[in-house]
Ligand binder design. Structure first.
Ligand code: FPP
Length: 233
């Protein structure tokens, strides 16, 4: 597969369908989220093989707090267990950890762990693994505008906004993939996705394999991105 001509730098993934994957198998919803971690592992490996610069996962949204307490705690337990088992290895693989969202509101041990690993990996030069946790684009924009007010800005530029988003150090996503057949952004990177290509697949997130990622990249490589300009022919 020749993807060298038109390969995304930043891919964002809205992992959807964990609950439906589980209920199809008569399993509790959390089993779906657990299986989702395997799909995260596979996807990171594939991103490394392809030399992707940034891979963002929408792990927990500002709206996900509305779910049952048991499910919310269960998701944080899963992220905690991933942090304990995989973060050290990510460090060895030259991966840099980043986060998006107000992580100060998540369980404090996990918050501390994320800060620690972000600090430890900040000079790594390989893949940037960006986890969106307690992230919502509207929340991010409110945070951003409040920062600009605090800075005393009377007039703001696009650059001011970009520099005060959680993603300030990252390029905009070139490609956003959403699994499970739903076709919406659900408050994911609304400002940064202005020119992102969107790719939807019916596959539930836990069943997302390398071949599905490959297909998304192949579709992306065939698209003509015009950024508001003219057609090439
Ligand atoms: C969407 O499926 C999935 C989530 C809201 C949670 C995803 C979280 C994980 C996979 C754990 C994150 C782990 C790490 C290591 C970052 P859904 O529950 O909305 O599925 P449904 O629409 O079928 O109910």
């Amino acid at each position: 597969m020749n993807l060298t001509n038109n390969f995304p730098s930043h891919v964002g993934i809205i992992m959807d369908g964990n609950g439906r994957w589980a209920s199809k198998r008569h399993l509790p919803r959390l089993a779906g989220h657990k299986a989702g971690v395997e799909a995260i592992r596979r996807t990171i490996e594939f991103a490394e093989e392809f030399g992707l610069k940034v891979l963002t996962f929408f792990a927990f949204s500002t709206e996900n707090w509305k779910r049952d307490k048991e499910e919310v705690e269960g998701i944080f337990d899963i992220v905690r267990s991933y942090a304990n088992t995989d973060f050290e290895e990510l460090e060895k693989r030259n991966i840099r950890l980043e986060t998006m969202g107000d992580i100060s509101k998540i369980p404090s041990d996990l918050f501390q762990k994320l800060l620690e690993v972000k600090e430890k990996t900040k000079h790594n030069t390989g893949l940037i693994l960006n986890l969106a946790i307690n992230y919502g684009a509207r929340d991010e924009l409110v945070m951003c505008f409040n920062n600009l007010v605090k800075l005393g800005k009377k007039e703001i530029t696009e650059q001011d906004i970009a520099q005060n988003l959680y993603s300030a150090s990252l390029p905009d996503p070139d490609l956003i993939i959403r699994t499970s057949g739903e076709q919406r952004l659900s408050n994911f990177m609304l400002y940064q996705s202005s020119y992102s290509e969107l790719y939807f697949t019916k596959v539930f997130w836990p069943s997302f394999k390398k071949r599905h990622f490959k297909k998304a990249l192949k579709t992306f490589s065939r698209r003509e991105r015009r950024f508001g300009g003219n057609h090439k022919n």
